[in-house]
Every structure is written in C-alpha cells, then in structure tokens.
Write a protein that binds this ligand. Sequence first.
Ligand code: ADP
Ligand code: MG
Length: 685
Amino acid sequence: MRDQTPISDLADVGPKTAAYFRELGLTTADDLLEYLPFRYEDQRYPTPASRLGEAEGEENAVGRILSVKERRVRDLEIVEARVQDESGTFVAKWIGRRRFVIGRFSAGMRISVRGRVEKTLAEPVVNVSSYGILSDGEEYRGEVVPIYHASKDLSTRKIAQVVRKNLPRLLALAGEDPVPPALAKRQHLPPLVEAYRSAHAPATPEEAERARARFIYAEFLTLAASARQKREVRVRERGALALAVPPGLLEEFAAAMPFAMTGAQRRSIVEIWDDMASDVPMNRLLQGDVGSGKTLVAAAAIVLAARNGVQSALMAPTEILAAQHAAKLAPLLLPLGIALEAVFGSQGARARRHAVDRIGSGEAALAVGTHALLTEGVDFARLGLVIIDEQHRFGVAQRARLRSKGGTPHTLHMTATPIPRTLAQSVYADLDASTIDELPPGRTPIETYSLRASRMRSVEEFVRRNVALGHQVYVVAPAIDENDGELTSALEEAERLKRDAFPDLRVDVLHGKMAPREKDDVMGRFAAGEIDVLVATTVVEVGVDVPNASVMVVLDAHRYGLAQLHQLRGRVGRGAAKSYCLLIAPDDAGERERLEILTSVSDGFVIAEEDLRLRGPGQFSGTAQSGIDEFRFADLIRDIDVYRTAKADADALIASDPNLERPEHAGLRAALEAGPSVRAMLASS
Ligand code: ADP
Ligand code: MG
C-alpha cells in the first residue's frame, strides 16, 4: 500500500508550495521520496585559484577578499572582488539587476563563491551564481548538492530544502526492498532505505552513484522477474489447444492468396503456426512496417485455427480500424471458406444480434471488432486465437477479459511501431517476436522533403495541385490549441488554412481531445473523400487506410522523433498515386540534418535504430506505445549490461522459487503484486 500522506503535511510546505509540487506531479510525501535528483554538483572542495577554469561547468572557490570594485551601468549592478587563496588570486564577479550585492563585500572578508569560470589573460573570473560569507575561523564545508528537475515556480534549491528538512519522515515511508539481500550484496548495492538517503543526501558522488545503480537494478529485476514468472506460468499451465498443421497447408494457403508471399511473410507464418501447434499458449508479436503485409500473416493464423475447428477474435483500437481489418481480411478468407463477423458498439441492434449469434454458434470462424468484443453478450463457441492490433491501445484488464472468454487462446500481437533490434529482446521480455522486414515488391517509396517554414507558400501551392488532381492531404501539427505555446496548433492552422490558403477547399480538423464519435465521424468523412485537407494532431499516426491520400505535411517536424515521422509518413503511399511527405521545420530549427535521414531512408527499422542512436531511448519516439520509456531510472541503452545481469538474476531466482515464497523474496513479491510497471505487464501479457 502506498502511503497517502499529502505533501502539504510536510514541514516547509505551505499551500502555495504544495500547489507547485502538484504541478510537478507530486501530491504525496511518497511521491517526493521517489522524486530523485537527476544529477549532483560536487561542491565539497573549492578549486584552487591557480586551477580555476580547467573544469567544465560551475566551480567553487574560497578565499579572502583583497579589494572590491563596484559600479552601476544603467540599471545593472556590477561588483568585482579580487580574492586570494593559498595558490593565487581570482576575481569574483556579480552582475545583475538589483542583486543587492553593492555594499556587501569589503577587503578582508572570507567568501565562498560558485559559478562558471572565464579565463582571462590576467586572473580567472568566477561569474558568481551563488556565494556564502564565512566568518573568521569558519571552515568551508561544501556538500554534494542534489539537483532536482524543477519548474519555474519551484526551484531545485527549494525542493532540496524540503527533502532535507523532512528526510527521516520520508525515509520511514520506504516500502519493502524488492532486491533480496543476497543479490544486493553480490551487486554491491545498498539496501533500499540507505539508497533513498544516499540519493537525496549523499555524502559523496560515489554514494549517489551507488544509490542510482541500485534503483536501476531494482527496476530491471522487478521487470524481468515479473516477465519470467508469467512465462513460467504460461509454460507450466499449458492449457492452450495444440493445433494440427496439416501437410501442404502452407502451399494451399499461398495458392489462395492474390499475390506471391514475401519471404518474410512466409517465415512469420511458419513461426506462428509452430507456436500454435503447441499447448503452451502462443504469446507472439508480429512486427512489420506499415504496408509490410501483416494482414496476410494474420489471415494465415486464422486459417490454421479454423482448420482445427476453433474461432479467432481480432481486435483493433478503433471501429474504423476494425472495419478496415474486416474489409481486408474478408477477400483473403472467404475463398478458403472462412466466414467472419464484425461487432461494433455503434452497430444497429439487429445487425449486432445477427453477428453475435453467428459467433456464439460457431458459424463465424472470425470475429472482428474493438473492445466491444469484450462486452457481455459476445460469447464464442470455441475461441482459440486472439489477435490484437496495436496492443498498446488496449488496457491490460481488457486483454485479461478477452482471454477469459475462451480458456487460454493463443495470442498474436501486431504492431507497426518498429522496435530497434538492439532493444527488442529486452522490451518484449516475454513475447516472442516475428519480424516482417521486407516490403512487398513494386512499392514506390514516398518522396520525402525536408523544408523550411518560410517555404510554406509553395507547400500550400503543392497541396492545392494535388487536391486538384483529386487527392487528399494530411497536415499534422504538434499541438491542439494555442495554449501550447510556440508550437503550431492544429485548430489555429485549420482556421488559417481555411481562411487564407484554401477558402475553396474542404478543410477539417481531427485531434485527440475530440470525443471518439466525433473522431470516427471526421475520419469516416475523410475516408469517404468528403474532406480535402485534414489538419490533425498525431492521432492520425495509427490511422485508417485512405489510399486516396497522397500528401503528408508535418509542421514543426523537428519536434518529432524519426520513428514517429516515419509512422506519420506511412499514412500516405497506400494507394496507386505517387505520394509525398513534406517535413516542415522553422528556418532556424537546426535539426535539418536529422530530418534529412528520412528523405533517403524508407526502412522503418533502420530509421528506428538511427532515432535511437541520435536521441536515446528516453526520447525514442513511439516508446510511449512500445513501453521502452516506462522505466523511471533505467535507460535500456545506457544500462543494457545491468539489464542483462538483472535478467539472469531474475531467471535464476524464479527458477529456484517460482512463487516467491521464501521470506527473502517477500519484498520482490510485494513489488510484483503492487503492480509491476505497466511495461512489465505489457511485456508479459
Ligand atoms: P500492414 O497491415 O502490415 O500495414 P497490409 O497487410 O495492409 O500491411 O498490406 C499492405 C498492402 O500490401 C495491401 O494492399 C496488401 O494487399 C498488399 N500486400 C501484402 N502482401 C503482399 C505481397 N506479398 N505482395 C504484394 N502485395 C502484398
Ligand atoms: Mg495493417
């Protein structure tokens, strides 16, 4: 149980400070305990005057003032003090409006200062950011200063002050340690309470570093143990139907398809069928770039299920996507004698009853829908396979409910978000993965340009020409409305385009704050060709297939990761028409080089790797969906070695104590029960 002491109960936190904490997402004392500094400043030792300016960043110096010069330039105060220590002299310089430093210093005083050092021909100059006055005989006592993520209302200094003032009380809130003592000892990691203390108030930078290492290790250990435990249960309990793969089925299936399968499709099918032939329930991810042909692979899984007399359920995040799946699957499955039914929340009562009846009786071998498939009233005769498209859009509970509808079906997750190979192994801790890394032949790449915002006029001209040819256009903006600061907003841009650029075109807008029904309505009208220019936020990222859309314009493209831009680009190029992607960034964005990569590379996996390399996993886009960035402290790339160690430890631990019944594993068990991170669940569902 998490402690619910409100943060306002803490010493030095008044209503105002509590409100500022709330803006940072901290509402309880517990939140503050877990709000660890992201770096530290080692202010323990002053740098001797003779060595000032050798280090990057701010430095400390301590000495006795020799002389002081003060002046005012307009409304600026400038104070320069020459200071001497044992090694030499330096100048401490204050510049500011009303800093009240004038008159404060005099020769003979001892001071400590901190600031960036400028080297000059004469003496080094410390541009003071903070200082202290030392009384005679007082020893300079520097600290390792924790730096917290702050806001403009709440400084890191204030946060540190509150933490320091309340530290014993905060430490008392630390829960059970998920890292068993034996492992902590082997990894040379401090116990939990010690780690919290060291993170918030370290005596040395090394101590802070060990604390951080401990949180990273604990995070990985918990994730890996959770995934491992789920896998063990899955393998131990078996319980799925082992399906028979009749000889020749692959060739029969291939012959029934309207085109030759790619090698990658064929390989993925074999892997999936292999899983389905076992009574250990399949838990496999099928990943492939947009347009790589996942539908056909899904069809093959459905065919195998149907041949074995069990039903399949396919769920998509939205009704439109579900309808699209149904429309794409029907022509592949009907020739093989496999009937499907679609179930939608918005369906008329009669159509729905009909569909539900045929699913219940087993006449429909495939049910396609959204989470409406989960609502009562949809019962399967014999559910054997669940396919989840873009799984991240489903809640964990929803998935559990679907599974409860049919014993233990085999599960196939499909995603078009390419996860770099370097990460896949750890991201999908308990998912086996099949990758379609080959596009069907004959695709013309989407012509991609990186353009300056000052060229917007010609972009509009280009859009107009394409609309005149009968095509449709997406314009993607990073923000919804003007409240979002300097970012281009979809609502404003739509207004502007309607008013100035395209008064004669049908312009409409789509964003994440619209009600699902409104969104479906706009997408439906766009799909039907009733909208020429759709101004949208990234809600269109995983969107419908509108083959007639041939131009994707992304405004403020520098704000996105490459992988996400690639995803957006995948909205076009789905029909016969030549398609274009125009990436617009402010003239001074300075990110054009990064964007240039997209103009020459079209392989989603290559782009994902590049994105990862350039921005790191914290920034790696699409991660909110894939779950890579759901770690609080760890960073999969930076800490990949720690991950491997923790994974090996977790595997051994679960092998020796599968249900975590030993007393020394109580903390880990509690951590898993308290809710392993969303990510762990995703990885092991
Ligand atoms: P995804 O779901 O992976 O984005 P789809 O399954 O919708 O991709 O396939 C994209 C398009 O490619 C569809 O029009 C489909 O008919 C076509 N397609 C799929 N596989 C092949 C193939 N092997 N050869 C030619 N076209 C294919
Ligand atoms: Mg698809």
